[in-house]
Design a protein. Structure first.
Length: 259
């Protein structure tokens, strides 16, 4: 049966925040459908990646035909480098977690870069039934923890984060996809995400856009700005945290590095 995403909200014709939110949401709905098709392991991962990619590419071609697209699952033909508007998408962030039903820590990333910076973004967490977006940014409550919490990979947390946690008196909170970890800071599930193990633009663009809109601090691990739509899309490190933690995190990294 063919998946029908329906029509986008009327506002999506002129509002990129609305379109990003709708795109991420319907791609998430498609992925939930794929999860029910009886596939397992690698077959389920591949089917999810392909289904979400094809859906998003088709919808962007229909609703923003003049814009370029950079997708983790697509060929980077570099046309985007001459465009003023580029959608940066990760159709399925956390493929491993997606394949481990009923895990919830996977996401869909949809971001828009325009004239030098991110201007809109949405991160859907379909298994939670939520899409976090820049049109209505999350309201970050005061931290509910008496000690900082740092989101880390459940399978390969970088060693330097253990030392950082000791320095901050923090606890480590393992979870799946990069987007889920960044969004966890907006949700008061954690207070920081610090990564230096290698990523690409699509891993962070949408969650960074949402985190910024929510008032969180975002940067590279050396404190420099995160830049998108670069010729080389490798963007290996990122810090997303509550503003009050930024100075201590960056100072620790400047002194001790990330090796």
């Amino acid at each position: 049966m063919t998946f029908d995403p329906g029509a986008p909200p009327v506002e999506a014709a002129t509002d990129d925040h609305v379109l990003a939110t709708w795109l991420a949401t319907v791609a998430g709905e498609r992925l939930l459908e794929v999860r029910q098709e009886g596939l397992e392991g690698r077959e389920l991962k591949d089917a999810g990646d392909l289904a979400a990619h094809e859906l998003l590419m088709g919808l962007l071609a229909e609703h923003r035909p003049d814009d370029a697209v950079l997708s983790e699952e697509g060929k980077d033909d570099k046309v985007r480098l001459s465009r003023s508007r580029v959608w940066i998408i990760d159709p399925l962030d956390g493929t491993r977690e997606f394949s481990e039903v009923p895990r919830e820590d996977w996401a869909v990333h949809v971001a828009l870069w325009q004239d030098g910076d991110l201007v809109a973004g949405a991160v859907a967490q379909p298994a939670l039934g939520e899409t976090f977006n820049t049109g209505h940014p999350p309201v970050v409550p005061p931290s509910s923890s008496d000690r900082p919490r740092i989101a880390v990979s459940r399978s390969r947390p970088p060693a330097f984060v253990d030392a950082l946690a000791t320095e901050l008196g923090a606890e480590l909170v393992p979870m799946g996809s990069a987007g889920v970890k960044m969004i966890s800071v907006t949700r008061d599930v954690t207070d920081a995400y610090v990564h230096a193990g290698g990523q690409y633009e699509w891993d962070s663009a949408a969650p960074v856009a949402v985190a910024r809109a929510a008032g969180l601090f975002t940067s590279r691990v050396d404190g420099s700005p995160l830049r998108y739509n670069q010729e080389d899309v490798y963007l290996p490190d990122v810090v997303v945290c509550r503003p009050e933690l930024a100075e201590r995190i960056l100072a620790f990294i400047a002194e001790h590095g990330t090796d």
